[in-house]
Ligand binder design. Structure first.
Ligand code: SAM
Length: 296
């Protein structure tokens, strides 16, 4: 049994079956939040009327924001992402008129093999649409979906068969076109999540879903997973203490994170999740009032 703070109640260790959650994102994302989707639904179910804005300032694969848009749990979803490659995909699918259709067609018409994959990965496209296409391919065939510099091709990819192991062009096409179908409800902003948080800080009709790169603890998994992994976690907690609306944060369970939560008098709960190797682990969910998560 883990040591829990006196303010903390452990959430039942029923692990979400991620297969039961619709996969909406075109990305395979390290730290993807599929396992948290039922909790996000539970959180927003408590809102009437629904929040004006659901903001995901560190969007990545944006599983939370996409779910909220598809299930109409907030009026508008605002995604923010700093990584140029990831941002190119969201720009193409959400902002660029006709971009989603273009990207979906490129994907289904691409003849993926070791040579075409290597050529594409070595290319340096300038146009946003082309960067988006390269990003999707790279994300599918790199080890663990990692986009950070230095991430190798899938381990068994060298024989040409391995790189096809996660290549589902029709599925990707459908996901991209489906997202485009709800894009009236989604806004995307390329840039720094902190700026967006500050902009909406005093708006009471906003909820923030905060899933930052995990670099607050000594384990620092985020360092090798993301190009942009340096963020000021103390500053983030301080900002969250000022929001007029509501927020939910998710972090790895580390002493440094718990100290920050304690300092700002936030509640914390451990929630069970499956990691990418299907082992059951726990992550820390942080908020101002987590009573909606229920008790043991
Ligand atoms: C833990 S991941 C988010 C994963 C996402 N919740 C999902 O389910 O796929 C964190 C993301 O924040 C991005 N990021 C890092 N610093 C940022 C910043 N200052 N502003 C916006 N995005 C940032 C990283 O590029 C990365 O994509």
């Amino acid at each position: 049994m883990e040591q829990l703070g006196f303010w903390e109640v452990e959430v039942p260790r029923k692990v979400v079956n991620v297969a039961s959650v619709p996969q909406r994102s075109p990305f395979r994302y390290p730290g993807g939040k599929t396992w948290l989707v039922p909790r996000i639904r539970q959180w927003l179910a408590g809102y009437f009327p629904k929040p004006r804005f659901f903001i995901e300032p560190f969007a990545g694969g944006a599983i939370a924001g996409l779910t909220v848009a598809f299930e109409n749990l907030a009026e508008t979803v605002l995604l923010v992402e700093k990584d140029e490659q990831v941002a190119a995909v969201w720009d193409t699918v959400i902002v660029d008129d006709g971009g989603a259709e273009w990207l979906a067609n490129e994907i289904v018409n691409f003849n993926l093999n070791l040579k075409t994959a290597k050529d594409l990965i070595l290319s340096r496209p300038k146009l946003t649409r082309k960067i988006a296409f390269k990003t999707i391919i790279q994300n599918r065939i790199n080890h663990g979906g990692i986009l950070a510099d230095g991430a190798g091709l899938l381990k068994n990819g060298e024989n040409g068969k391995g790189i096809l192991s996660r290549w589902y062009p029709q599925t990707l096409k459908r996901r991209i076109l489906d997202i485009s179908g709800v894009k009236e409800q989604i806004r995307f902003r390329r840039g720094d999540g902190f700026q967006t948080i500050k902009k909406y800080l005093y708006n009471p009709n906003v909820v923030f879903f905060i899933d930052p790169p995990y670099t607050a603890s000594k384990k620092k998994a985020g360092t090798r997973l993301y190009k942009y992994h340096q963020i000021n976690h103390e500053k983030l907690f301080e900002l969250m203490s000022k929001v007029n609306g509501d927020f939910l944060m998710t972090y790895d369970d580390a002493d440094e994170v718990r100290s920050l939560a304690l300092k700002y008098r936030f509640e914390t709960r451990l929630v069970a999740m499956n990691n990418t190797h299907h082992a059951t682990m726990t992550e820390l969910v942080i908020g101002r009032d987590l009573s909606w998560l229920g008790r043991r």
